[in-house]
Design a protein around this ligand. Structure first.
Ligand code: PMP
Length: 492
């Protein structure tokens, strides 16, 4: 029997033999009742020790895939059920090289707002996870826009389009929208990306290499943290308060860690909902220049302001190309469009365009054209006003319900906009433990740990999205959360 063994692999030899035989048995290539070579024969033919083969056989036997008969030999077992075992066995039947791929930490564990196993334990759960409200999406208008594009542009709308910065008219529209926020963007320094998540990834790919340090708010957006982890960056957290990142800590951290990038979500931060004060924005730009560090400004929901004075974008304070600005249509319109954008100045812009091209060639031409047809500046502003009106009511409903139904020692800082409310739970209540009790009561939220590098630091927090639910469901959901909290607090 020729079993391919990789002597250089970190996977032990007995495991390689076991995997090979398992795959062949499960795929049916080794038929039931096939006699396997004796451990001595196989060890000799592979040039390895007999104990290695014995261990592999023992493992297969304990899994019910083979059996041995005294004095006769070792045989492939007939399957108990015709279906292949899934779950537990799945990883074992993958090729060996896959087992050699080492990720420092399972990324999926650190990014999901609700543990998937805790879903659906209630017939009618109310979810405070997610982003905007899909019911606000102008479905009919968008449908018409796509129809118009196909009639107008024909097959061109379904082609790749040029592999460049993106559909020019859409970039022009974006520049106009940004100009109204004081950002000097123009189509030639605006790149369309597949969601702003891709923009974050492109900037990291271009500017950072494994082991480089990146400064981020602590806590921060879970999928950005996951991206930074996946790229093996050294993530340095800067604490936040009600005015955003505590910039007074930044200079020391710059001196200590020499980060290659500073990532910030200055408006209605994910997850805390807080905004970076004007003074701190200015300070950050000064520090970025003094220490020669670029700033990645993630303005994922800056338009969704319900009250208070808007601060200038950090990009608007940038005079020399230190700031890369990232925005998205996901929160204002629909995340499924997957259209985001970045604005960058200087030679870096062309390099980002190159990186975009090698990542996915281009963002869907049809969607870019459809979006441009739909989003005139006036329409965008009208849609924005409407969304803000609706979301403000929901934010108010949530704050009211929190004050009414949650224990008084739950702390919350009402956000002036955005999508999220960040709760500090009563002492000794862990959001991880709250999650299953809340699911039982019929309410879901994002547990605080996923927004921290070290999950245990976020156990005292929960992030609630108020934008996706109606005020009635918000009240009901918070009532359920209150019940779950009290139940947990009363538990011995
Ligand atoms: N930045 C932040 C802060 C986010 O919360 C999200 C998504 N929720 C993104 C970026 C990415 O969004 P998208 O790729 O849909 O634009």
């Amino acid at each position: 029997m020729r079993i391919p063994l990789d002597l250089q692999s970190a996977v032990p030899l007995y495991r390689q033999i076991e995997c090979y035989l398992r795959q062949n048995i499960l795929s049916g290539d080794l038929l039931p009742e096939t006699r396997l070579p004796s451990t001595r024969q196989l060890a000799e033919s592979l040039g390895i020790s007999r104990i290695t083969v014995t261990n592999a056989y023992a493992e297969l036997e304990s899994n019910g895939l083979i059996y041995s008969q005294e004095g006769s030999g070792t045989y492939v077992m007939a399957p108990v059920s015709p279906s292949l075992p899934l779950e537990d066995e799945a990883d074992i039947s993958w090729p060996l090289w896959q087992q050699d791929v080492h990720v420092s930490e399972k990324l999926s564990q650190s990014v999901y707002p609700v543990q998937l196993s805790q879903r659906a334990s209630h017939p009618d759960p109310i979810s405070f996870t997610g982003v905007g409200d899909p019911r606000q999406f102008p479905l009919k208008d968008f449908y018409k826009a796509i129809q118009t594009v196909i009639q107008r542009d024909g097959i061109t709308a379904l082609d790749y389009g040029p592999f460049d910065e993106g559909y020019r008219p859409l970039r022009e529209t974006i520049s106009h929208i940004l100009a109204s926020q004081g950002i000097r963007a123009n189509p030639d320094n605006t790149l369309i990306t597949s969601g702003s998540q891709q923009a974050l990834a492109l900037v990291c790919q271009l500017l950072l290499k494994p082991g480089d340090a990146i400064l981020v708010e602590k806590p921060s957006y879970n999928f950005a943290l996951a991206l930074f982890k996946a790229l093996n960056l050294k993530i340095i957290g800067v604490p936040v308060d009600a005015w955003g990142m505590q910039v007074e800590h930044v200079e020391t951290l710059l001196q200590q860690h020499h980060p290659k990038l500073l990532y910030t979500i200055p408006n209605f931060q994910n997850p805390t909902g807080m905004c970076l004060s004007g003074a701190r924005r200015r300070e950050l730009v000064v520090l970025a220049n003094r220490y020669n560090v670029p700033i990645l400004e993630d303005d994922f929901a800056g338009d969704l302001r319900y009250e208070g004075r808007a601060q200038p974008a950090i990009k608007a304070l940038d005079l020399n190309g230190s700031v890369i600005y990232v925005g998205t249509f996901s929160k204002m319109l629909m995340p499924g469009l997957r259209v985001g954008f970045l604005v960058a100045d200087g030679p870096i812009f062309g390099q980002l365009v190159d990186y975009k091209r090698v990542n996915d060639l281009t963002t869907s031409t049809l969607i870019q054209r459809g979006l441009d047809e739909y989003v005139t500046v006036g329409r965008y502003q009208a849609h924005l006003r409407r969304s803000c009106r609706i979301y403000r009511k929901r934010r108010d409903a949530m704050i009211l319900a929190i004050n009414r139904y949650l224990p008084p020692d739950v702390q919350v800082n009402p956000p002036q906009g955005g999508l999220f409310v960040w709760l500090r739970l009563p002492e000794n209540i862990s959001s991880l433990k709250l999650l299953p009790v809340a699911a039982e009561q019929g309410v879901e939220f994002a547990q605080g740990g996923i927004f921290f590098l070290n999950c245990s630091e976020g156990e005292a927090y929960a992030r609630l999205n108020f934008a996706t639910q109606t005020p009635e469901d918000i009240e009901q959901g918070i009532q359920r959360l209150g019940r779950a909290l009290r139940r947990l607090m009363m538990a011995p």
